[in-house]
Design a protein around this ligand. Structure first.
Ligand code: FES
Length: 307
């Protein structure tokens, strides 16, 4: 898989607990463009993590990402916070997006909490460039708001909340008051996203107009399912709470892997038949027709793999 070697050219620790890194090609070359809402997968000490790109999208000379320090995580964020210094290099995978703006949308309603603001910044940048209608609700802990000044420079249609009750007071009326054809984009902690989606659904929003971005959050354990390998005919049960990747490894089939979060693309396996519950942020809809990411995605009933 193609990777990029990027040099850390700046590190900003202004917002407590959030480190913003600016990365560039070591020789100053232009970096691959990306669609708004894209993320960059950075290889870290214990695997790989995905971070939303917040800078310019077209022919950028720099990639900007913000990293929330997670003391209880696998160590990737701690490494980026505590050990990486300006001048170091990192290995990254080219940008991918599973959270792009829907171009036919009449209005884009962005709803973010905490570090979930990061994918919204490139959405706002793109909305401003193309004259798209946009509205942002952003809730964060007092003193922990990231990109606040930049957001103010990109749009006047942003509401900031440091009190969750104030945010909730605003949420339902805002969701209820959108013109037909509005798409909602939600990013933040899992419980926050579940609550916003539940409110939108209660107010009649169809799921096709609700888009969520999950990064490194807890995934539900899922139901058990059967997996069969077409080459050998071997069949196994993937138990609830155990990944397909782990089940295959336990039975002697080692699949390359890196992030174990469905973002890097390493553990892709070909699917011959069966219903797959895709939970990754890597595969396109077309790729999902015949493959799945073994670290996070699951089957329903029985899945046959071309292995
Ligand atoms: S290991 Fe990265 S997508 Fe599965």
């Amino acid at each position: 898989m193609t990777t990029l070697t990027l040099k850390v050219v700046a590190a900003d620790d202004t917002v407590p607990g959030i480190r913003t890194l600016t990365l560039a090609d070591p020789d100053g070359a232009v970096l691959p463009s990306f669609t708004p809402g894209s993320h960059l997968v950075i290889e870290c000490a214990n695997g790989a993590n995905a971070y939303s790109l917040t800078g310019e999208t077209a022919a950028p000379r720099e990639y900007v990402v913000s990293v929330l320090e997670c003391p209880q995580g696998r160590g990737g964020s701690r490494w980026l916070h505590r050990e990486l210094i300006v001048g170091d290099t990192v290995v990254a995978h080219p940008p991918r997006s599973a959270f792009a703006p829907v171009l036919r949308a009449r209005r884009h309603l962005l709803i973010a909490a905490g570090i979930g603001i990061t994918p919204m910044v490139s959405h706002l940048r793109s909305a401003r460039r193309w004259g798209r209608e946009v509205l942002l609700l952003y809730v964060f802990r007092e003193g922990r708001g990231a990109y606040v000044d930049e957001i103010r420079s990109l749009t006047e249609a942003a509401s900031f909340f440091t009190d969750r009750a104030d945010f909730l007071d605003e949420l339902a009326p805002t969701l209820a008051d959108q013109p037909f054809g509005t798409h909602a984009y939600i990013c933040g902690p899992s419980q926050f996203m579940d609550d916003v989606v539940a409110t939108a659904t209660r107010l009649g929003w169809p799921s096709s107009r609700i888009h969520v971005e999950h990064f490194g959050g807890e995934l539900a354990p899922g139901d058990p399912f059967e997996v069969e390998l077409s080459s050998s005919g071997d069949a196994f049960t993937v138990e609830s709470g155990i990944s397909l990747l782990e089940t295959l490894a336990a039975n002697g089939y080692a699949i390359p892997n890196l992030c174990r979060q469905g973002v890097c693309g390493e553990c892709r396996v070909p699917v011959r038949s069966g219903a797959v519950v895709h939970r990754d942020l890597f595969l396109t809809d077309a790729e999902r027709r015949d493959s799945m990411m073994a670290c996070v995605s699951r089957g329903s009933g029985r899945v046959e793999l071309d292995l």
